[in-house]
Design a protein around this ligand. Sequence first.
Ligand code: ADP
Ligand code: MG
Length: 265
Amino acid sequence: NSAQAPTHRTTVLAVANQKGGVAKTTSVASIGAALAELGQSVLLVDLDPQACLTFSLGIDPEDLELSVHHVLTKGVAVGEVIIATEDGVDLLPATIELARAEADLLTRTGREHVLRGVLDDLADAGTHYDWVLLDCPPSLGVLTVAALTAATGVLVPLQCETLSHRGVGQLLDTVHDVRRFTNRDLEVWGVLPTLYDGRTNHARAVLDTISQTYDLEVVEPPIPKTIKFAEAPAAGRSILATSRSSKGAQAYREVATGLIDRAGR
Ligand code: ADP
Ligand code: MG
């Protein structure tokens, strides 16, 4: 039927690592802001009951009447919950109630597909984003599996200072299961080195070891460790706004440009 509207292709990127403190949330906020600067339309989804992404974008979860858990488990329309932020991205916010949603989902049929369904609903309602970035919680539980099931690709932020990377193997096992059972097309887009201290050879060596051991692509450039990141969340804006020309902001812009290339946008 030639009258059909052209289908809009959204790239859904899950930012996942079950380890906390590796800059998942910082990366989602910063890459999101960088993509928006480059003219892309972006939705960020906070899937962590700690709601750090929501907070870091200047929204106090306590002020919210509706949040992602209403969409995932209460049948509230996603369009009613999305809010625009000062960073030029839209946000599907979280509150601590998401912890209960995670428990509720455990007994639900089709729980792995719940987020994919929500994103399909959004498209059916005529809202099309170029990018949806999913900020995963620090676990491999039902919310992370739902994110991987909804995703085009997964990006794994990794702090290159520590030597304990057994977690990467576990995450890749989960990706493997998701590919087998719920999302055949899921791609691993690679590891993003974060909190990177380029002054030491150690960081580079750790990174090389990981990428070889697990046969993972390394997304460049590494994100330098800088105090600027500590200041951004309190300001309610990403580092791209609070520290426009810092090395960290610049690194995230380069990463975003690479992602656009990779997505073919
Ligand atoms: P996660 O979501 O993986 O738990 P966060 O994004 O919340 O990690 O980051 C953990 C902490 O590290 C936060 O306090 C954040 O401000 C800080 N941080 C993130 N990236 C950097 C960086 N490049 N340099 C310095 N501090 C950073
Ligand atoms: Mg986080």
